[in-house]
Ligand binder design. Sequence first.
Ligand code: GLA
Length: 716
Amino acid sequence: MQIYYQEETRTFYLNTRNTSYVFFVNELGDLEHLYYGKRIPNVDLRYLAYRHGYPFTPYFAETGACCAPDTYFREYPFGGSGDFRICAAELGGKDVCGMISQYVSHCIKKGDARIEGLPCAHGGAESLEVTLSDCEKNIRIVLHYTVYPDCDAITRRAEIINCGRNAVRLIKAASLSLDLSGHDYERVDLAGTYMFERAVVQRNALSYGKIGSFSSKGCTGHHGNPFVALCARGADEENGEVYGFNLVYSGNYENEIEVSAKGNTRIVSGIGGGLDQTLEAGRSFRTPEAVSVFSENGLGGMSRLFHDFIREHIVPRKWAYAHRPVVVNTWETCLFDVSEEKIMGMVRSAKEMGAEILVLDDGWFRPDDKQGLGDWKIDAEKFPSGLKKLSEKLHENGMGFGLWFEPEMVNPNSDLFREHPEYAANNGKGLLSRNQLVLDFSNRTVVDFVFEKMKSVLDGLQIEYLKWDFNRYITEPCGAAGKRGAFLHNYMLGVYSLLDRITRRYPNILIESCAGGGGRFDLGMLCYSPQIWASDNTDPFNRIAIQFGTSLAYPNSVISSHVTHGVVAGFPANLRLRSATSEFGPYGYEFNPDSICIEDRILLKNWKDEVCRREELMLRGDLYRLIAEDKFVAYMLVSKDKTSALFTLIQYYFTAADEVKRVRLRGLNEKAFYRNSSDGKIYSGAVLMNAGLLLDGLVCAGGKAERIEFTQVDCL
Ligand code: GLA
C-alpha cells in the first residue's frame, strides 16, 4: 500500500520506494504539509507542525495565534486567508476573498486517473483525491495525487469547482505548492535561447524574497523550461539531496520560489501568465499535472529518476522502448528547394549510410516561408507524381517516408487566411513572426478544419514519421475562447486535442515534435511525441552542451539529434565527432548523402550499425554525466543490470598538452569485471569506479570523440 490514511491523526502518507510525502488535516480543517524527503516510517509527525504566534501573523479566534496560516506549511494555499506568501490559487475581480479551504472527504484508488483534455502520466500505482471546500461551500477544490513507486515520483494536480450560483473568475490555479523547511537550497534550472536551448544550467542560492522562471510566449520557449530543481547546498552530480519538479504542459508556465520571513521555502508551479478563467456555476477547472521526484544521489540521481519516469509513464507506451528509425532529413541540405527528383536521387546513397526513413521537411507545398502555410497544397511542379506516389516509390526502394507539418500556423499570403481571416488569432491583426500568424486553436472549428486538412494529406500515404513544428510565439492571445490566459490555455487544449486525434488515427506514425528547434521541449508534448528536436544548432560542440543541459530533466531517448555539415570552431569537424554527438539520442542525418565520398558513407553506415547495436542503452540505460567542463564532456550509459556500459568522451577544442587526467566511471557493479573494448583488457568495476580511466593523448585539432564499451565478463 503506497498511500495510507491514519484516521486518528488525520494524516496522509504517500510512499514511493525511497521517498515519503506526509500531510494532515489540521485544527482549522486545512491540509498542512509535514514532510517530503527520504522514506521514513508512517509515524505521527504532527510534532513538526509549526505552532508559534508571532506579531502581525493573523489568526482565527477559534484556534488562537499559535495556528497562523502565514507560518505553517500548507498543501494548497488559496490567496488571501492570512497567508502572505505566494499562493497556489486565487480568485479575481469582485470574487476576491481569502479563504481557508477545509477538508471535506478523500478517497484512495488503485491506478491513476486521466485528465479530460490534458495530457498526463500513465501507469501510476495508487491515487489519492482530497476534497476541500470554502466555508460558504461555493468553491470546491479537489487535490489529486498519484504515486509512481519505482521512479520515486509523485504527480499532483488540482481541480477547482464552482458550486455556487454565480460565475467566478479564477486568476491563478497552480498544479503544485510545496513548503520545505529552511532555505539552505540552491535553485537549478535551464536557460538558453534559440540555437542554445537549455544549454545554460543555472545554479543560484536561495535568499529571502521571491524568484522564479516563466514563459509568456504561449509555449514553453527556447529561453527556459518548466523543469526546476532545489538542491541542498553542496549537493553535486552524485551526492546530496535534490528535489526535482516539472509540469506536464506545453504553454505558459511559472515556477515561483519564495523564502518567507520565517526563513522557509515555498515553491509553487503551474500555468503562468495570468490564468483568467471564468467558471460558470457548476463548471470546473483542471490544472495540468506536476511531477516531483526526490533523490539523495545528487543531480545525476534526480535526472535518472526523471528519465525512468518519462520513459515509463509519459512517452506513449508503444514508442517508449521501440527502435528509433534513423532518418535523413532534407532541411539543412535543401531548405525549401526540395523536389521528387532530388529526394529520389538521395535514396541510394542514403541507404548506403544506413538511413531508414527519408524525411521531406518544409518546402513541399511552398517556395519559401512567405506563402502557402495553412493550405497544405502540394507543389505539383516539385512533386509531379504527388506525395502518395513518392511515398510508394520510396518504399519500393526500401526507404521509409516522413513529412513535415506546422499545423498551428498560417501565412497571411495563403488561401486559408484570405478565406478565413477569423481562423487566425485576433483575426490576424498583430505582429508577424517568420512571415506567419498563429491559428486560433482555442476555436474548435479551426482545430476540426486543420484535422481534415491533415487527413487529406496523410490518409493513404505510406508514412512512418511526422515532424510537428511550431515556428513562432503567440503575441495576440485573443480568439474564440476569450483573451489572454483564457485564450492561451484553451489554445493548448486545442493543440492537445489535435495531437490526440492524429495519434489515434495514425497510431503507427512516430511524431517528432519541434518548435524552431527546441522551443517546446516539455512533458506535455512528450505525451504524444516520443522524441523532440532539441535545437536547430547542430554544431557538435554547441549541441553537446544543449544535450547535457536537456538531460538534466529528460532522457536520452527523447532528445533527437542529427549528424550535419557545418563548421566547428573554425575547423572542419570530423564525422566521428559529429556521429558521437548525435548518438546521445535518436540518431539521424541532415545533409545530402551524395555530398560525401563513399568511404565516409561506409564509415557512417558502420557507425549507424553500432548505434543500433547499442540502442537499448540509449533507450533504457542509466545516464551518468562524468565531466562537463569547457574542454571536455564525458558521460556513461549503463544498462539497468549493470552488465554493459558505453563511455563517451568528447573533447571540445584544440588544447595544449596540459590535460592528462583520470576519470572515474560510475554506475558499474563494483564486484563485477568488465572487458574494456579499447584495449581488450579486463578491469574490475571497483577499479574503474575508484581509480578510473586515464585520459591522455587529447591534443587534437577540431575536437575528438572517444567511445569505450564495457561488457561484464564472468570472471578474470
Ligand atoms: C524549424 C525547424 C527546422 C525546419 C524548419 C522548416 O526551424 O526547427 O528543423 O523544420 O523549421 O521551416
